[in-house]
Design a protein around this ligand. Sequence first.
Ligand code: MRU
Length: 339
Amino acid sequence: MKDLFATCLKYQNNQLLILDQRRLPHEQHWHQCESDDDLVTLIQSLAIRGAPAIGIAASTWIGHLADSGASNDELIKSIHKLRVARPTAVNLMNYLDQMLEAIEQGADNIAISIMAEALFDEDVALCKLMANHGAALVPDKAKILTHCNTGGLATVGMGTAIGVIKAAHEQKKQIHVWVDETRPLLQGGRLTAWDMQQAGIPYQIICDNMAAMLMGKNEVDMILVGADRIAINGDFANKIGTYSLAVLAKHHGVPFYVVAPHTTVDKLCADGDAIPIEQRAADEVRGVSGNFGNCQWTPTDAPVFNPAFDVTPAYLVTGWILDKGVFNQQEIDAGALVR
Ligand code: MRU
């Protein structure tokens, strides 16, 4: 397989290397992926995260196994193991199902590794398309609020919502970004802040519960978020906290856009009720652990509810910024997500 380079992962000298996002922004540590189980652990512990990035890590690994001479049975077993590593982000299933179908239709190992390369290159191209469509909607001097992390750490290209922000910045628009810190795992405070700093984009971090106040003071001109799975009626799942931003945006008359490639659409999901929501460990909410120390501030064994995502209903969305253009509710109702 050819070498592939992204911010969050690289394939080099026949090795898949993952930038460990648990250690960012303070440490850049590359983890060499050694096995299916290794990659499942990296995905589940959010060493690699973000819907397209998870999917491309898995498809690149399958391409690597094919390139290393794995049998069809071995490839299929690996696909089944990886496919269920995280339940909400649908790119993982979409890419792996494509590979499974190809194997079942007789594709050989060379074809599977070429497919892995093509999926990687496609994500890079889709990000550019979304960024260009979205940047046209960003007014000069816009104050943009974003949630979670949707840039080069969450895709293998320039990103979804952050891709739009970067393109607007490259077009010399004087933007300011409000970065939601994104409790409980702080993808905003750790990763989006890092992205903004790397790109030289003016930003300020806010706690998630500060967004309403900013909108009430007319300090937010638009909201841009990514998606982990979009149903065909336009409802979509994204990082927990996205739904409350959409409600607040509607109340304050702030345009609310979701930015996602067609690879994040689930054509089998009629609406948001059909999207499975990942529940995560209680300790993520009880305190912090891992690279940032170990501290629990709740009573020991405090009961916790920890859904990783919520669903934003389509009626709260101003526009869907997709790789094939920007769509409104009428166009979504007319089938824009299934064509
Ligand atoms: O739990 P995470 O960090 O994988 O959640 C990521 C998100 O919710 C992103 O907004 C989404 O994957 C879109 S990223 C292009």
